[in-house]
Design a protein around this ligand. Structure first.
Ligand code: NAD
Ligand code: UDX
Length: 469
């Protein structure tokens, strides 16, 4: 069994960066080099000012401060890091394909393939390759074909070790994971590679929390885990619609059913809809795989999780328009939150983007405040869904979107407030002041059920919640 003292990670994103920072923190005897083709990203990871790290995660800056320059390095020299490493993690992005076969459904594996070709080209000695990115089942086979058909003489063992961290809690998830999953070949070589990676994690994770499986099971476990988690959110969101019609309260229902130990209390928070870079992409990928293997019933079953999520986002936007007397044209709507969940600056697939699009199409003027998301990011997100050069309705996009640094100016003279992210600071605002400065009736649509209804209604707000009849 090879003892690992030098690790390279390709991809310095939301997964590669925090994961390697924690491995370096917990294993001071291992040199960890994180590489990326994105020069700006690497420069940001190396910035002396820890507030400039490319990712916002609670606790991340402290871990980077401890390990960076000691045994944690960020670099754009991909070849050198590959050459020196005994173990290479691949943490590059695997977005939904936007072209050709499988467009809109399948995972785009071009970045993975590029990594494999580069590793094959550069490597002079044997290496263990770890799939950290989320991949369709049987990708390891394709990787192996590319890696082992180059004839450099180097030998590669491929492991699958999907990452289960959630953004916003990445550091604590990495430091105290529920489990680490490692899949490898059943051959002696494969088992020995598994042991090398187990030994890395054993520096801080109890052995009984490290699950080892066959490669295909590990790959498919990741898609399955995300599909189950997203399904819980869509299930409770489906019930929220029924609650609104019947007068039941979805939070009371979550508490009541969550007390059943078979169901469990987590991930039952009804919301404006799930976002994030993973859930939708991974379910689409799962649906695509099922269709590929001619399992249309299974594909349809999982696809419904996404349809329900689209419905939830649409329902929220439509309720705002309906309540504001059937049009938001020329009306000022304040958005609190743009990130897809609290404690992250990530906005990928955030529900806010889709709600904003629908309101802009009805010609609203949207004033946005998010504590961690930049103005540039917000406009980039909107551009990706609304094509300003296209339809009449979105032509005035940039004129009708104003990003604020101060939540109070965002809400001043607004016709309505919409809460899109559950940032804790929203609970601490001076809601009396907000009310006084708003147009009346003062509508508030809480897409996360974060602020206290009774308190706000006492002030005079007309509050609309998800799942409260
Ligand atoms: P990301 O886009 O934040 O980071 C990926 C990085 O890889 C980018 O910085 C990109 O420049 C770099 N890259 C791409 N091709 C490269 C190449 N050939 N050489 C060097 N660098 C290259 O993505 P992410 O959110 O970190 O996700 C990475 C993978 O992890 C995905 O497969 C995702 O599904 C999975 N995942 C993500 C999360 C999450 O919470 N974001 C959680 C678990 C798993
Ligand atoms: C998810 C998985 O949780 C993680 O294991 C995987 O590695 C990556 O994908 P992430 O997308 O970062 O993590 O965050 P998560 O906490 O799962 O939230 C996803 C979305 O679901 C967010 O928009 C969140 O607001 C929403 N959500 C979550 C709900 O609406 N209700 C809930 O009860 C839980």
């Amino acid at each position: 069994v090879k003892t690992i003292t030098n690790i390279c990670c390709i991809g310095a994103g939301y997964v590669g960066g925090p994961t390697m920072a924690v491995i370096a923190q917990k294993c001071p005897h291992i040199k960890v080099t994180v590489v990326d083709v994105n020069e700006q990203r690497i420069a940001d990871w190396n910035d002396a000012d820890l507030n400039k790290l490319p990712i916002y995660e609670p606790g991340l800056a402290d871990v980077v401060a401890e390990a960076r320059g000691r045994n944690l390095f960020f670099s754009t020299d991909v070849d050198q890091a590959i050459d020196e490493a005994q173990m290479i993690f691949i943490s590059v992005n695997t977005p939904t394909k936007t072209y050709g076969v499988g467009k809109g459904m399948a995972a785009d594996l071009k970045y993975i393939e590029l990594c494999a070709r580069q590793i094959a080209k550069v490597s002079k000695d044997d290496k263990i390759i770890v799939e950290k990115s989320t991949l369709p089942v049987r990708t390891a086979e394709a990787l192996s074909t590319i890696l082992n058909s180059t004839g450099n003489g180097a030998n590669f063992d491929i492991l699958s070790s999907p990452e289960f961290l959630a953004e916003g809690t990445a550091i604590s998830d990495l430091q105290k994971p529920d489990r680490i999953l490692i899949g490898g070949d059943e051959t002696e070589k494969g088992q020995s590679a598994i042991k090398s990676l187990v030994a890395v994690y054993e520096n801080w994770v109890p052995r009984e929390n490290i699950i080892t499986t066959r490669v295909w099971s590990s790959e498919l476990s990741k898609l399955t885990a995300n599909a189950f988690l997203a399904q819980r959110v869509s299930s409770i969101n489906a019930i929220s619609a029924l609650c609104e019609k019947t007068g039941a309260d979805v939070d009371e229902i979550s508490r009541a059913i969550g007390a059943d130990s078979r169901i469990g209390s987590k991930f039952l928070k009804s919301s404006v809809g799930f976002g994030g870079s993973c859930f939708q992409k991974d379910i689409l990928n799962l649906v695509y795989l099922c269709r590929h293997f001619n399992l249309p019933e299974v594909a349809d079953y999982w696809e419904q999780v996404i349809k329900m999520n689209d419905y939830q986002k649409h329902r929220f936007a439509k309720n705002i328009i309906d309540t504001l007397f059937n049009t938001v044209s020329g009306k000022k709507i304040a958005f609190l939150g743009w990130a897809f969940k609290k404690d992250t600056n990530d906005t990928r697939e955030s529900a806010a983007i889709y709600v904003a699009k629908e309101l802009l199409e009805d010609r609203a003027e949207i004033h946005i405040y998010d504590p961690k998301v930049s103005k540039e990011q917000i406009f980039a997100d909107l551009k990706s869904v609304c094509h300003p050069e296209g339809s009449e309705a979105t032509k005035d996009l940039f004129k009708n979107v104003i990003v604020h640094k101060d939540p109070y100016t965002a809400m001043q003279s607004a016709h309505a407030i919409a809460i899109l992210t559950e940032w804790d600071e929203f609970k601490t605002y001076d809601w009396n002041k907000v009310y006084d400065e708003m147009l009346k009736p003062a509508f508030l649509f809480d897409g996360r059920n974060v602020v206290s209804n009774e308190e706000l209604e006492k002030i005079g707000f007309q509050v609309y919640n998800i799942g409260k009849g």
